[in-house]
Design a protein around this ligand. Structure first.
Ligand SMILES: [Zn+2]
Length: 72
């Protein structure tokens, strides 16, 4: 099943959802500029720093521009 990231509120809420190991799932939370698809097939937003260096973001594929303007 394909998930349309435009209609995935978690993916498009405007925040970066990268979480590093040993941070107990604490998410980055910066403005997300990109969407990436995880190996599990879930779309999520990531900031440019995490897109380059994030533990979760590094595993993502099919990068595209983030559609959200939520953070102005
Ligand atoms: Zn980030």
């Amino acid at each position: 099943m394909t998930i349309d990231p435009i209609n995935n509120l978690y993916a498009t809420d405007g925040a970066c959802h990268n979480a590093e190991p040993n941070t107990y799932g604490h998410e980055c939370g910066k403005r997300a500029w990109f969407l990436g698809k995880s190996r599990g097939g879930f779309w999520s937003g990531y900031c440019s720093d995490c897109k380059a260096n994030g533990a979760e973001a590094r595993q993502c594929t099919e990068w595209r521009e983030h559609p959200s303007r939520a953070f102005g």
